[in-house]
Design a binder for this molecule. Structure first.
Ligand code: AMP
Length: 306
């Protein structure tokens, strides 16, 4: 039984008010794989061009990421995305999206991935995400979907169809408002929970994340950090930590999802400390335990209710 991850593998160029990166390796699937592989082996589905560095693929393989589902299109170029962050480091403008190999990506699920128990649908066209679900002979125990405003703008009908097939949707607050057409986050959550997913996670950047299920709500803060260097991939890393923890513990109860949100938040707090995937690549089990402990300290309090 395994965790299958689908998502873009990319080159990114990032500008923040404090610095600028050259073309570096990024992509939703890449961040998810680097993060989730701390908790459980990953089976990856994606596509790259001949220009994607072999060393990156080798490093992922060494981290227990099975790349049998990653197509390499030798004569084509890898997906390229470029973004510029505003001073608040929370909002950003997309400067360039060159789909390249992603433009006509047709994922193929290898036979050895058919044991998929946990499926993480990272950011990609909804029709592509759907085609992975449709290729699986048995429905996974849990399907988690990440998406973004871009797909709501250009493929809302496909996205709505896909929503009926997933268990958990992970989006940020502005995406929740766009999807529901409602400014109130509580009302948005209620509406989105009628569209298919049984669980909804709304990320609020430095203000933490909310988990909704039926009439229950859970809130997890983000770790207050002295400095955010590059927020790119924080959402994907959050999703990787969330599903990585669930796949490792094989427990999909609401209670365990609360813990999974804390794990996702802890991993995302590491991601933003350096450009690209750099910080995630060097993390040790001790680092992760240390940060989880900081979360426990941050939210723990005693109260004597008389
Ligand atoms: P995040 O900061 O978590 O929203 O994710 C940023 C990552 O998403 C970057 O590494 C990009 O390469 C990737 N990305 C940006 N736009 C898209 C898109 N339209 N489809 C797939 N991946 C994307």
């Amino acid at each position: 039984m395994s965790l299958v991850v689908v998502g873009s593998m990319a080159f990114d160029a990032i500008e923040t008010p404090f610095g600028k990166s050259d073309k570096i390796v990024g992509g939703a699937g890449t961040y998810i794989a680097w993060c989730a592989s701390n908790f459980t082996p990953v089976k990856q589905i994606s596509v790259v061009g001949g220009d994607f560095p072999q060393e990156e693929l080798d490093s992922l393989t060494a981290r227990n990421v099975n790349l049998e589902g990653v197509q390499i299109k030798k004569n084509e170029k890898t997906f390229f995305w470029s973004g510029r962050y505003h001073l608040d480091m929370n909002s950003r403008d997309t400067l360039v999206t060159e789909l390249n190999v992603l433009g006509d990506f047709k994922p193929e699920v290898p036979e050895s991935f058919q044991d998929c128990e946990f499926l993480m649908l990272g950011n990609l066209a909804p029709a592509v995400q759907l085609s992975v679900i449709e290729q699986l002979k048995n429905r996974p125990k849990l399907v988690v979907l990440d998406t973004m405003n871009f797909w709501m703008d250009v493929a809302m009908d496909d996205l709505k169809k896909l929503l009926t097939k997933v268990d958990v949707l992970v989006i940020n607050d502005s995406e929740a408002r766009q999807l529901s057409g409602d400014y109130s986050l509580m009302r948005s959550a209620k509406k989105i929970l009628t569209m298919g997913p049984k669980y909804l996670v709304i990320k609020k950047g430095e203000h933490g994340a909310l988990l909704f299920h039926n009439n229950k709500v859970f809130f997890a803060p983000a770790l207050p950090l002295d400095e955010v260097f590059d927020p790119t991939g924080a959402g994907d890393t959050f999703a990787g930590g969330f599903i990585g923890h669930l796949a490792k513990t094989k427990d999909i109860s609401f209670e365990n999802m609360k813990t999974a949100i804390i794990v996702g938040s802890a991993m995302a707090s590491y991601c933003v400390e350096k450009f690209g995937t750099e910080r995630l690549r060097e993390l040790t089990k001790e680092d992760i335990a240390e940060r989880l402990n900081e979360f426990v300290q941050l939210v723990h309090f005693d109260i004597n209710l008389v």
